[in-house]
Ligand binder design. Structure first.
Ligand SMILES: Cc1cc2nc3c(=O)[nH]c(=O)nc-3n(C[C@H](O)[C@H](O)[C@H](O)COP(=O)(O)OP(=O)(O)OC[C@H]3O[C@@H](n4cnc5c(N)ncnc54)[C@H](O)[C@@H]3O)c2cc1C
Length: 216
């Protein structure tokens, strides 16, 4: 890891948070991680499903994909996760903003050892869809061999948060016109049964639990 990673938010520093609990709260609310790294001198930023388990952020993928290959070899990475909570509308174009929770994690991933892959995959699956692992067929040896699981320790991380109404100059705040927040949320919608599934088969508990909930 480059030694000089700067974890302090410089613009609007009052929005910065550095406690582990703040980092975990963002990771646990967000499904997607954008993982940035350099390969052959060129920057890439690749989205992955992510799950925090204990002190690590996990991603998984085909061992043959570029990102997994380069990251498993220890390339320095920067991972960004964002929950956007609202659009903030002000009377001046300049004062428009967004409410959000975002996290950045720096470091190097390492590949989970083959002997621990099944347990890691179980934890990963259950983190994304609680209880799902026990409802499905376990991976075969071939499936496990083809799946790499990478872990990134949460040692260098920062959070930035905004959660407030628009901030406007006094002259704008007393002017005519609308200002406020349009909330935004990601929710689990009504489940769509695969065509191959008999309509008589009841929804599994894991699916029932998520349905209708707000993801972040
Ligand atoms: C949804 C969303 C929309 C945004 N839109 C804009 C925009 O349109 N224009 C704009 O200028 N900025 C925007 N930002 C803010 C932007 O992400 C950065 O926070 C900003 O560019 C940081 O600049 P800096 O010079 O303070 O920090 P930098 O010097 O770039 O970073 C210093 C350190 O601060 C921490 N840090 C910085 N930003 C974040 C972050 N977002 N989350 C967690 N840690 C962080 C990191 O550890 C980083 O290494 C947005 C943020 C979010 C989440």
């Amino acid at each position: 890891v480059p030694a000089a990673v700067e974890l302090r938010v410089r613009r609007q520093p009052e929005r910065g948070r550095y406690a582990r609990a703040d980092v975990e709260a963002v990771l646990d609310a967000v499904l997607v991680a954008h993982v940035a790294f350099v390969s052959d001198g060129r920057p890439y930023c690749v989205p992955f499903l992510q799950a925090r388990i204990g002190d690590n952020l996990f991603i998984h993928g085909a061992g043959s994909s570029r990102a997994i290959r380069v990251l498993a070899a220890g390339a320095p990475a920067c991972v960004a996760m964002t929950a956007i909570d609202g659009l903030v509308l002000a009377r001046a174009a300049f004062d428009h903003s967004a409410n959000y929770r975002s996290a950045m994690v720096f470091g190097c991933f390492h590949a989970v050892a083959a002997s621990e892959r099944a347990a890691a995959l179980e934890a990963f699956t259950n983190k994304l869809v609680p209880g799902r692992w026990d409802e499905v067929r376990a991976p075969s040896a071939r499936e496990l061999r083809g799946t790499a699981i990478l872990a990134l320790p949460l040692e260098q991380a920062s959070v930035k948060l905004r959660s407030r109404p628009p901030e406007e100059a006094a002259s704008d705040a007393t002017a005519a016109g609308w200002a406020g927040v349009i909330p935004l949320a990601t929710t689990y919608g009504a489940p769509e049964r695969a065509l191959t599934v008999d309509g008589e088969i009841p929804l599994p508990a894991s699916v029932q639990t998520l349905t209708g909930r707000t993801c972040h």
